[in-house]
Design a protein around this ligand. Structure first.
Ligand SMILES: *Cc1c(COP(=O)(O)O)cnc(C)c1O
Length: 389
């Protein structure tokens, strides 16, 4: 943030882009772990989080991890990729979606997104499938589901594995099914920037029993210690590749309080989201901005409220205008295909026009549980005044 902007705030308190919400039970649960002297992973609170998510979302196996990045790494390890096997991902995503597979020496093939949802364009996936393609990794942007029926049908036709990056999609559904439980494997994030937070945290999900068994070993440094703790074997040892991906029970205690408050948090976010939609409807109708459209068959978790403006210069000026009024609005990803690593893979600007168009025009408005009605009105009013409405 530049200094001039900091000092020219005129209109009330600053409105941050994000502010994690506390349900009130976090402190008691963390205190319980401190009292127990059992801080390591897969303890009582981790098991309660896992059971809650399994029951609520209908997932056979949920395993907490230190982040969504590590859940994606577990998934990528379980794909058993050979060098030069190919993985299809959208370019408009966080680095980890692609990096988890690149770490395994796979080739990453980027596919364009849909302008209405910013999700991978399912109609362009088949053209990217070749003889070495092994995985499709759709990303549910802003908590709105990708077209999973089409993606699963392509995967079945070509014998591919589907890994859902549902970092932003916790507690959102596609045709009544929870995001992260539809593909072969799913990955959640509980980072501060997401809907339900543990500071840093994530989860690996699968409905496939053999993948679940192997994931337990992979996230436990390649050992069968989980089976040992359950009393299923009398010693534990090195069984497979793996690393250290298990979150501390202290973080699980914080997370349990958040997950128990899932409905409350979602309702608060939904209230702010709905208020933005109403307040900005006239700008959308006038063609000044576009907003995300949510397909009928998707229920969002209200992860983001964004607008697309007409050109990159308007975006810079709008973000500055909001900043001068104490409002922190932000853009989002640098498309991965045009990043320094993406370029080493032979990609170049111009290749994915919708991704490039939207990446340069998106503005995400402040949205979090606890954002007050008057804050939403102030942000929306400031956006409207910028466009002379
Ligand atoms: C936040 C995010 C991640 C990374 O989550 P961490 O828990 O911080 O590792 C991965 N993918 C997407 C799409 C995200 O939004």
């Amino acid at each position: 943030m530049n200094e001039a902007a900091e000092h020219s705030v005129t209109d009330g308190e600053r409105i941050p882009f994000n502010r994690p919400y506390l349900t009130g039970r976090e402190r008691d649960y963390i205190e319980e772990v401190l009292q127990s002297r059992l801080f390591a992973g897969d303890g009582a609170f981790s098991r309660r989080c896992q059971a809650l998510l399994q029951q609520r979302f209908g997932a056979a196996s949920v395993q907490l991890t230190t982040s969504c990045t590590s859940a994606l790494e577990v998934a990528a390890l379980l794909c058993d990729l050979a060098p030069d096997d190919e993985v299809i991902v959208p370019s408009y995503t966080f680095v980890s979606t692609a990096n988890a597979f690149w770490l395994r020496r796979a080739k990453v093939k980027f596919v364009d997104i849909r302008r209405d949802t910013l999700n991978i364009d399912e109609t362009q996936i088949e053209a990217a499938i070749g003889p070495r393609t092994r995985v499709i990794a759709p990303v549910h942007y802003a908590g709105v589901g990708c077209e999973m029926d089409a993606i699963m049908a392509l995967a079945a036709k070509h014998g591919l594995i589907v890994v859902e990056d549902a970092a932003q999609g916790v507690n959102a559904t596609y045709k009544g099914r929870y995001l992260g439980t539809i593909g072969d494997m799913g990955c959640y994030s509980f980072h501060d920037s997401k809907n339900f937070v543990a500071g840093e945290g994530g989860a690996f999900l699968t409905n496939n029993e053999s993948l679940a068994r192997r994931a337990e070993i992979v996230r436990e440094k390649g050992t069968n210690r989980s089976q040992f703790f359950r009393g299923e074997v009398d010693k534990y040892t090195w069984m497979d590749i793996g690393s250290s991906y298990i979150a501390s029970d202290l973080l699980a205690a914080m997370l349990l309080a958040q997950l128990e408050g899932m409905d409350e948090i979602t309702a608060l976010r939904g209230r702010a989201y709905g208020r933005y939609a109403v307040a900005l409807a006239s700008l959308v109708a006038a063609g000044a901005v576009e907003v995300q459209s949510i397909p009928q068959h998707c229920a969002t978790n209200f992860h983001l409220f964004y607008i697309l403006v007409e050109d990159p210069d308007t975006r810079t000026r709008l973000i500055d205008h909001l900043k001068r009024q104490g409002i922190h609005a932000v853009f989002h990803y640098v498309p991965l295909h045009s990043s320094p690593v993406g370029e080493t893979m032979g990609n170049r600007a111009g290749m994915l026009p919708v991704t490039e168009y939207c990446a340069e025009r998106i503005v995400r408005l402040p949205l979090y549980a606890g954002l007050r009605d008057e804050d939403v009105d102030r942000v929306a009013g400031s956006v409207r005044s910028f466009f002379g409405h």
